[in-house]
Design a protein around this ligand. Structure first.
Ligand code: SF4
Length: 385
């Protein structure tokens, strides 16, 4: 079964550290037009890849941007429009990312009634100074309200996203964020290390020396603290940056880590498709332009909105290993070989090399990154491919 990703390219205001594609300050007409064009994109996708109309999707994910900047009514109408076009399973996980500054209890109740059953709240921090430094539009009261209102609206699957390794943030403050987040009893918690991007205001402030990143040892200590605090609170550390109560892992994100089919809709959306006709056994990667106007122009002209690249065995294996090894359970090469064919010899040599130096563990036919190196997963993965 596939998942479906929808990129909502609107935010109230750009945060100082963000390099995700979104437009700040768009008006109602642009948002209405986007909703109509997204339906047109779904129609084009179904006509180009008819197999997507034959098996039910079991995850739908509205990310962004700030999906809730669209307003509950448009989001519900967008979901209904996708349900009319794609077969969707009865137990589909339907996630909406939300910024605590953009939700109300009535809006959340409308989303819940409209079929959304999982909400991922971009909390990032419980410290006003840190929220300010990040350029978030919400404060701590909005966070508390959003979590309470999501529960009141009937969301039984709530995720909280946090960021660590922020300039000025101390280990003690980070520990407070983790403890406080856990007291709200979310089903899912993500803890992302801040990656400063050079073109963002934060990146420029770092380059100019007006802000300083915490040193590597401090960031590693924060990662370790997240692992200790959240596992002690009953969460399973199931992916480098993700923790969940048992059974509440993100089904949608697992599809990326396991390289399963996820068509992407909307500006900047990436997708992976597996047409069953054998023309692309390793999948077709799609990549929509990170530009609302360009995306709209392509859809209105009836053309595919994004680049489509047929993946080959080596790239498919590299992507599958990179994504799969972020899961703490690691990967089963036999399972991957079943879907991707024989593992390329270069990858076998790279795996053997990493096993020999203890950077990968071989256990019960699976490979995984040792717990002690989990924080350095990206470096291990870079060596692998
Ligand atoms: S709300 Fe999210 S997507 Fe929008 S600017 Fe901030 S971090 Fe980026």
């Amino acid at each position: 079964m596939s998942g479906i990703y929808v990129h909502v390219p609107f935010c109230v205001r750009k945060c100082g550290y963000c390099d995700f594609y979104s437009e700040a300050g768009s008006g109602e007409p642009e948002m209405d037009r986007y909703v109509g064009l997204l339906a047109a994109e779904a129609d084009r996708l179904l006509s180009a890849f008819p197999h997507l109309g034959e098996t039910a999707a079991d995850t739908l994910y509205f990310g962004g941007g700030t999906p809730t900047a669209l307003g509950a009514e448009r989001l519900v109408s967008l979901l209904a429009s996708l349900r009319r076009r794609f077969p969707i399973s009865a137990d589909c996980e339907v996630t909406v990312e939300a910024n605590p500054g953009t939700v109300t209890v009535d809006g959340l109740a409308a989303l819940r009634r409209g079929g959304f059953n999982r909400i991922s709240l971009g909390v990032q921090s419980f410290h006003p100074v840190t929220l300010d430094l990040l350029g978030r539009i919400h404060g701590v009261p909005e966070i508390r309200d959003a979590i309470r209102d999501a529960r009141r609206a009937g969301f039984e699957n709530v995720g909280i996203d946090l960021i660590f390794g922020i300039p000025g943030q101390t280990v003690v403050e980070w520990g407070y964020d983790l403890h406080l987040a856990a007291t709200f009893l979310p089903e899912h918690l993500s803890a992302y290390a801040l990656t400063p991007e050079t073109e963002t205001p934060l990146g420029k402030a770092l380059a100019a020396g007006t802000l300083t990143m915490p040193d590597d040892e401090t960031v590693a200590e924060m990662y370790e603290l997240a692992h200790r605090t959240l596992t002690a609170s009953g969460y399973r550390h199931y992916e480098t940056s993700n923790f969940a109560k048992p059974g509440r892992e993100s089904r949608h994100n697992r599809k990326y880590w396991r390289r399963e089919e996820v068509p992407g809709l909307g500006p900047a959306a990436h997708g992976l498709l597996f047409p069953p006709d054998g023309t692309a056994p390793f999948g077709i990667a799609t990549e929509n332009p990170p530009d609302l106007a360009e995306w709209a122009r392509l859809i209105e002209s009836g053309r595919p909105p994004g680049a489509e690249t047929i993946r080959d065995a080596d790239s498919a294996w590299s992507e599958a290993l990179i994504a799969g090894l972020r899961e703490t359970d690691g990967v089963d090469p036999a399972d991957l070989a079943h879907r991707l064919g024989p593992i390329p010899t270069e990858r076998i040599a790279a795996i053997d090399r990493l096993v020999a130096v203890g950077k990968l563990l071989r256990e019960n036919g699976r490979f995984r990154i040792p717990d002690a190196l989990s924080f350095l997963a990206n470096e291990v993965l870079a060596e692998l491919v």
